[in-house]
Design a protein around this ligand. Sequence first.
Ligand code: 5AD
Ligand code: SF4
Length: 526
Amino acid sequence: MNEQQRVDQAQVKQVGKKFVKQEDNINRIKNTSSEEMIAKYFQTSYEPQAPDIKKARKRRKEDIQFHYDFAIPEDIEKIGKGKKFLIRTYGCQMNEHDTEVMAGILIEMGYEFTADTNEADIILLNTCAIRENAENKVFGEIGHLKPLKLEKPDLIIGVCGCMSQEESVVDRILKKHQHIDLIFGTHNIHRLPQLLKEALFGKEMIVEVWSKEGDIIENLPKARKGKIKAWVNIMYGCDKFCTYCIVPMTRGKERSRKPEDIIQEVRHLAAQGYQEVTLLGQNVNAYGKDFEDISYGLGDLMDDINKIDIPRVRFTTSHPRDFDDYLIEVLAKGGNLLDHIHLPVQSGSSEVLKKMNRKYTREEYLNLVKKIRKAIPNVTLTTDIIVGFPNETEEQFEETMTLMEEVGFEAAYTYIYSPREGTPAARKVDDVPEEVKKQRLHRLNALVNKQSAESMKKYKDKVVKVLVEGESKKNPDVLAGYTEKNKLVNFRGPKSSIGKIVEVEITEAKTWSLDGIIVENMVEVK
Ligand code: 5AD
Ligand code: SF4
């Protein structure tokens, strides 16, 4: 299927009993006033409407199609010559990587990167919807950009990423932020060239958010940030439907890339000299579950990638429910598979986990940890935790504190629960005051800091392998990099070690980082 056929096919979607063509919507938008536009737009063309969990749960039967024919249309191939773009990224690694793809597309169109808003001809905000404060930040930035747009009417400002998949967000931008030129969803990234053309030559705001989420487009260009570490998507979407989480609605259903495409990408990165890859997915352990013709999961993929000559391989994010014995067996082989596992637990209370629809109990999580530790004795575990889930009791919170200690997590990303419109948990009446939630977060963070500091102390006077990424942000005379267990190390050494894995002797352990000195000048180790 070529680009035009795909576009035609994907642009047609069922709304009620009618099919609506995206082009027609754009024309309609262009020919109507903003108020009319909002009303008509949401009646006719926008799916999903408000994130709809029932609709989302029914989506499994759709086919997944793979495309290898992305190309920038000839008439807009050089449209960006002499112009500059800036993409501001919010949120997770998936967004970081999507930004690399969008940057790749823009560079192919002739645009150059700039970090200066005043210099940019295109500004894209690649947004995150996971918590309310992430959204507030974006709306703040949208407001800040208004004077610039008034000063430079030709500037194109676009909003993309997870927030653009939410009706309430699109609605708010349409009503209150008319200086935005373009809104597009997470399934429409490959349409950036055509959308830009519409935005450049049209007068109205262009909105394209598809609910069609089954496609995987393989040959999108990527402008990777750096030449040392690379993100590699292995799957998209999530079907876990944790009750607090917006991701299954903003990122669509689970769909896995073909093993051969992933392996080829990793091989290519290795050949280019990359030292580390992180395999990405919202729920990487579900990798391969959607394959109908082969039985091949994350364990098989890791086993195949273990054979590729690239020094470090990580993966994120795991779901405990799908962490199977075969994956543990493969990870225990070591080699380039690092012994650091990020395993979000979310809560230490089985009752809360049930309400969260996490599909495991505290005991099952602890058993999994036991199994992993038995197979990989030196493993480092880190996690994500939400405090203040609706009606979380003091006892339930205490169970999270004891689990934190019992597992011995060396780091944790901790969050106060944030209600997300359209998710089941957001409908719950919540009797926990905000102040109590803040105190719980504070207590949890004190414990996280203590455990992190303790884990760091073990490294004092020891030699660790560090992948050197560059100069330290605080001091250009100091280099910075990460150990196999993802501990940040600041050390003195020659600049020529940047991009290499070197041995560093740790002289001081801090709460979140280590200080050290390179062992011998330029010992490169693999
Ligand atoms: N409120 C707070 N934290 C959340 N996360 C996901 N959804 C929410 C929410 N509604 C957290 C989870 C997840 C991490 C990426 O973000 O801990 O693992
Ligand atoms: Fe969200 Fe992760 Fe749960 Fe999926 S597994 S719904 S991404 S928290």
